[in-house]
Write a protein that binds this ligand. Structure first.
Ligand code: ARG
Length: 457
């Protein structure tokens, strides 16, 4: 296809340079946004009398027809065009004749492309929010289903205190809920349009930017034409939200990988979300979780890549900015795939409560409760802590656990110990009595489940 900008120069661009310069391979993904944007632009030009109303009608009808044909496959995008914007204008002109050449009045590809990305990101952000909400629902349903499962809570990956498995799942529900909040907030910055900024300085035509913005469902227009065509901060912010979402997903995936190992065996994944080995017949690998963890690297890379592209380029538009699209598209595809696989993987997992409880029972996980027991009977906490530490050390030496010591043995350490200590260090009691707001008690977890479901509504 001929160059839109053929005018000043004569000689053809070198074919390798032409390939290098072209972005249609990837920006063709925005054809719907580009055409809808052009329809609104033609409408505004007609509305303002910049072109005749009939001409606007011809442009809009031609664009509408192209869009329908592209959507049902009757028309394919000619990849010899420089970019999607060139293709749309040239194809339109082929169809409607010289009127097509009026479409680009009071517009530049600089404001056009910035608007296209915003329209594209607006839809994709809504999709990602919806998929994240499905993941949250999946986690929250699992939290409700396994309400009675007690597991060791960890710090430093060392058994720390007993918790409800549901409490652990709900921790992730809250993280993902904040991820949706961040994306919703980002939409405020995405959903304003630079259209009408034109190349960089605005235009001498009597345009109505607000009218055009309203046609496309934008919340408003950008108030500085240089800013409008120059910044991609909304895309960086979107990528940063995606990176954070992936960070949370990756941590969860890492836990799934641990939990499904023979060493833990807290969870078995459905066969639909695991793979085998080509050589080791016994293997059942958590590949989906590993891929989620691995793909997090790509999304971090996408963020870093756009930050680096944007650093140090002078106002206004520079061709560097064509490099914004691939990282954005890659992050969108990656995040959506990961979310789509994570939600059903959680919904179909099998939880081994007995294994979790057993793991919780063997690590002196109730030592804090024993110290608190003494404290509530009057011993200062630090002394109770030290005494409990001595008891634990003795137990380890004698290869026993706190539950197994007799009351006589306990009383050799301190006379404050009475029969009721066994009830206090029972794991079910340890969990049930952590009734502080946000703690692991069943009431607290039920409250969390209700609150998260309310937020999803
Ligand atoms: N393909 C270009 C991009 O993605 C469109 C804008 C081109 N503008 C220009 N002045 N060459 O950024």
């Amino acid at each position: 296809m001929a160059k839109l900008w053929k005018g000043r120069t004569d000689a053809a661009v070198d074919s390798i340079a032409d390939d290098f310069n072209s972005s249609i391979r990837f920006d063709k993904r925005m054809f719907v946004q580009d055409i809808k944007g052009s329809m609104a632009h033609a409408d505004m030009l007609g509305h303002q009398g910049i072109i005749a109303a009939e001409e606007a009608g011809v442009l809009i009808a031609g664009l509408k027809e192209m869009l329908e044909e592209l959507l049902d496959g009757r028309l394919t995008i000619d990849e010899t065009a420089e970019d999607i914007h060139s293709f749309v204008e040239q194809e339109l002109t082929k169809r409607v004749g010289d009127t097509g050449k009026k479409l680009h009045t009071a517009r530049s590809r600089n404001d056009q492309v910035a608007q296209d990305i915003r329209l594209f990101l607006r839809d994709e952000t809504h999709d990602i929010i919806a998929l994240t909400e499905e993941l949250i629902a999946s986690l929250t349903d699992a939290a409700e289903k396994y309400m009675d499962a007690i597991m060791p809570g960890y710090t430093h990956l060392q058994r720390a205190q007993p918790i409800l498995f549901s409490h652990q799942l709900m921790a992730y529900s809250w993280m993902f809920l904040r991820d949706t909040d961040r994306l919703k907030d980002c939409l405020k910055r995405i959903n304003v349009t630079p259209i009408g900024s034109c190349a960089l300085a605005g235009t001498t035509y009597n345009t109505d930017r607000d009218y055009e913005a309203a046609l496309l469902g934008f919340d408003g227009i950008m108030m500085n034409s240089l800013d409008g065509v120059s910044d991609r901060d909304f895309a960086v912010e979107f990528l940063s939200d995606c990176a954070m979402l992936m960070m949370h997903l990756s941590r969860f995936a890492e836990e799934v990988i641990l939990w499904t190992s023979w060493e833990f065996k807290f969870v078995t994944l459905s066969d639909a979300y695991t793979t085998g080995s080509s050589i080791m017949p016994q293997k059942k690998n958590s590949d989906m979780a590993e891929l989620i963890r691995g793909k997090t690297g790509r999304v971090y890379g996408d963020l870093m890549s756009l930050l680096t592209v944007m650093k140090g380029i002078p106002l206004a538009y520079d061709k560097d900015m064509q490099e914004d699209k691939e990282p954005v598209f890659d992050a969108i595809d990656t995040v959506k795939m990961c979310l789509k696989v994570a939600a059903p993987m959680i919904a179909t997992m099998n939880v081994h409560k007995d294994r979790m409880l057993k793991a919780a029972q063997q690590g002196f996980i109730n030592a804090t409760d024993l110290a608190d027991y003494l404290t509530k009977k009057g011993m200062p906490f630090r002394s109770a802590y030290q005494l409990t530490g001595r008891i634990v050390a003795d137990c380890i030496e004698k290869n026993t656990v706190l539950e197994e010591l007799t009351i006589e043995e306990y009383r050799t350490y301190d006379a404050l110990f009475e029969e009721d200590l066994y009830e206090v260090i029972d794991l079910t009691t340890c969990v049930a009595t952590r009734t502080s707001k946000g703690g692991t008690s069943p009431e607290s977890v039920k409250e969390q489940i209700a609150a998260v479901r309310e937020a999803l509504r």
